[in-house]
Each structure stands twice: as C-alpha cells, then as structure tokens.
Design a protein around this ligand. Sequence first.
Ligand SMILES: *[C@@H]1O[C@H](CO)[C@@H](O)[C@H](O)[C@H]1NC(C)=O
Ligand SMILES: *[C@@H]1O[C@H](CO)[C@@H](O)[C@H](O)[C@H]1NC(C)=O
Length: 506
Amino acid sequence: MNDIMIGFVLLLLLVAAQASINGDTIKRSDFPDGFLFGVSTSAYQIEGAYLEDGKSVNNWDAFSLSPSNIEDGGNGFVADDHYHRYLEDIETIQSLGVDAYRFSISWARILPRGRFGEVNPNGILFYNKILNDLLLRGITPFVTIYHFDFPQELQERYGSWLSPLMQEDYVHFAETCFKNFGDRVKHWITINEPNLFTQMAYKNGKYPPARCSPPFGNCSAGNSDVEPLIVVHNMLLAHGKAMKIYRRNYQQKQGGIVGIVVDCLMYEPLTDNDLDQEAANRGLAFYIGWVLDPLIFGDYPSEMRQYLGNQLPRFSSAESNFMKDGIDFIGVNHYTTAYAKDCINSTCSLTGNRAINGFVDTTRERDGIPIGEPTGIEVLRVVPRGMREMIEYLKKRYDNKPMFVTENGYSEPLAENENQNVLQDNKRVEYHKMYLSSLAQAISDGADVRGYFVWTLMDDFEWVHGYLPTFGLHYVDRETLNRIPKLSAKWYQDFLNPRYIREYIS
Ligand SMILES: *[C@@H]1O[C@H](CO)[C@@H](O)[C@H](O)[C@H]1NC(C)=O
Ligand SMILES: *[C@@H]1O[C@H](CO)[C@@H](O)[C@H](O)[C@H]1NC(C)=O
C-alpha cells in the first residue's frame, strides 16, 4: 500500500471507530450470551419510611436534620416511598425486561442498634418480600450489603468507620444478611464505593460525619490527610473478615459470589508529557488501586507507600493473607473521565500538592477545551471512550478479573429543567448508547465484563444534592410520588427486547 492508501484506510478505521462510539447501532446482541442487564438503586435513596416498623435513625437521617447540609434542604424521610410501593416498583423493573436488579439493605432497618441490639424481624420481612417477588418474576437480585447508610448509634458510640470496632459491626451485619437472605442471593456486594464515600465524608467533609481539614474544607473537626486512609483501611478489613466468613460458612452451601463496588473515575493525562502520564497512573492507583490492590494482591499500591510513607496503615501478614484474592468480581461504577496533571514537578492547586492526592491535580479542561459535555452534576462529564479505557485498565492491572458495571448513568438538574419536558430525555438515551458501545468494544477486545446496570430506576435522593439531580429512567412527581417513564425507560425496554422478539412472543 502506498502512503495515500494507508492514510485512506486509517481514515476509514477512524470513521468506523467514531461511528460505533456514537452508539447508534448498539444492540443487545452485541453483548455475549448470559450478559446481565439491570438497574441499580440503594436503600436510603428510595425507601423512605425512616422510622417505620422498627428502623432506627441512621447517619443520613441525622445529617439531613440540618437542611443546610443538603443542597435543596431535602432528606430521605419519605424519599420515593419505595418501602410502601416496592411491589409497583418491581413490576416496573420487570416491565423493562431486565435480567437483574441491584439494591441495598438498610443497616438501620435490620439492625437498628447494630451489634448492640436485636435483629428487627420487620426489616428481614421487608427484604424477604422483595427477594421473593424478584425471584418469582425471574429477576436476579444483586444485593449491596452496605451502601453509605448505617445506624447513627455506631457513630455516637465510637465514631463509626474511624474505629476498628466498626469492622465488628460490619461483619455482624454482613453475616445477618448471609444467614437470612443467602439462600436466594447469589451476587453479593459488600461495600459500595469505599473510595468515594471516604473522600466525601473524611476529606471534603460533605457527607456525614462531615470531617475534614484545610485546604480541603472547613469542618469543625477532622484531618483530611490521615483519616481517609484509616477509614478505608477499616472498610477493607471489614470486607476481608466478612468474606472469610462467607467462604468458610456459606459459599459452598449457598453458591454465591462476592464483590466490592469501586467508584471508577477514569484519568487521562492532561498533556502528552511523561510526567502527566505518570500522574494519570498515580491518580488511578490512589483512587482505585487503593481499594482493589489490597483485595487482590494483599497490599496497597507501591505508589501510595512511596508518597504516603507511614501515614498509610499496614496490614499484618495474617491480614494480608486473608485479604488477598478476597473478591470474586469487581463492581465498576463508572460515570466520567478527568484529566490528571502532575503536581510533583509543576505548580498546582493547594490540594493537588498534597501527598494524600498522590500529587495529582484533577482538571476538566485541556487547552481551554472541556473534556466532555457537562451533565447536571458539573463533574460528571460525558466521555464515552472513558468506559473502554477504564475497563482496559482494570483488565490489565487485575489480570482480567470478572467485572460487572454496577452503575452508569446521566443526570440533568431538575431545577434548570422546569421549562423542558423532563420526560423527553434524549441526552440520557444518547449517553447510555454511547457508553454501552464503548463497553461492547472493551468486551470484544477480551475484557471479562458480565453485566451492566443503569443508575437508576427512578429519580431519587442523591445524597448532598438532594432531589436536584435526576438520574432516573422514571420521573417521580415529588407531590404525588407517581412514577412516570421517561423516553429513556422506553429506549431501555426496546434495547432489551427488540420489537421483533416482543411481537413474536405476543
Ligand atoms: C475555608 O474558609 C476560608 C475562610 O473563610 C476560605 O477562604 C476558604 O476558601 C474555605 N475553604 C474551603 C475549602 O471551603
Ligand atoms: C521531577 O522532580 C523530581 C523530584 O524533584 C526530580 O528528581 C526529577 O528529575 C524531575 N523530573 C523532571 C522531568 O523534571
């Protein structure tokens, strides 16, 4: 081939790559047989019924008692009232045609006083009803044991995750779940996003218990350089101990698998120079390797040890041994990508210059051009290629450990949207098509990804943002709490059950 022809072929390949990432042609049949499609939710974000049938006050109830802690002054006291409307919601889930549903257990509902009191039978009953109804309808449950909410008593007694005592409470909670629900749950997630929760709660101080120190934020107490490391250490040991019990006492009999879910923010280097390339790798090690390396290799990433020294806790050799190979799958929550800038050899923001950040600054612009279209949450920019890059990174670093994409979603702010038709959410449809297309490419390159869950079933309480973000496939009228499908719900239904199949069946 001469140069012109090579150029032409490259151009064609480029056009082909562009065409497939725009998502227009993505089909369910582009995914392997047995690949699970689902939707995700979490207990506190939808259940409401915050003091009903024996549930106690949890950390988010206590935090949102001060309306100024939440952007719209909201809370989860009623949320989407899923506690009373779960049957309707499961019917809706079934009507989408999904294979699986990921939800979480409210710790304060089944163990209102943690280890210091009894199991609440009403709480067990509620989740039994959900599990039984899902199974009756042929939907596979993916159960997150802990998704950001825990009994406030554990905060007041000993400071929750800052204390190793929380490991014992977590293990008690996890074992209560295995014992009561494990006959029907074959996919467990121990902890949702230890990395994001810890950063928000102990570095930036925006989630309860709102601890931090300058320059990260102005909290009444905390230490942003040290506490996040202690908290994740306790969470990892909690996972490791619960996993040990599951493998010893339950796994053989119940036949389930156990994973952990990590917030998988992708980093690209800000410039082509080696320092930024190293910064991107450090950024990934400090955010994702922080959680996954100990649970796969038995210790923290070497980059973290190099920059954090003795501030980074250590695992004893016994701990390291039971942590190693401590997950059956990686749960990937992926929404967006950022640029990483080196802060060792260049001047950076105050926070970028800190060891706890691996001397990495995170930015959204390169040469004045933003990395992607903004969504309702400014930091969640639309960068479809990031899905493939993220999966490739995990595949390589963790020897193609089985993965499930446990969350992927798009939000528009309701407040700015009042004049638009919130049900006509074309941008969300485009987002999912493009990200799915990018995921399909990673899978066809050999990545062992086994499922994809949309965040989320319906608009919900989005933590400190209250009800402003709208990630749902269904709109929820805040007055009547009626659920109304958006265009994206119809698109997902069509994607999952191509029309010809539905017509053939009916
Ligand atoms: C903390 O408060 C100081 C003084 O009011 C302010 O200048 C600074 O921006 C605040 N920092 C953060 C991260 O909010
Ligand atoms: C970056 O900084 C380190 C430590 O100060 C130094 O050893 C290294 O030579 C610098 N690298 C470049 C490319 O400037």
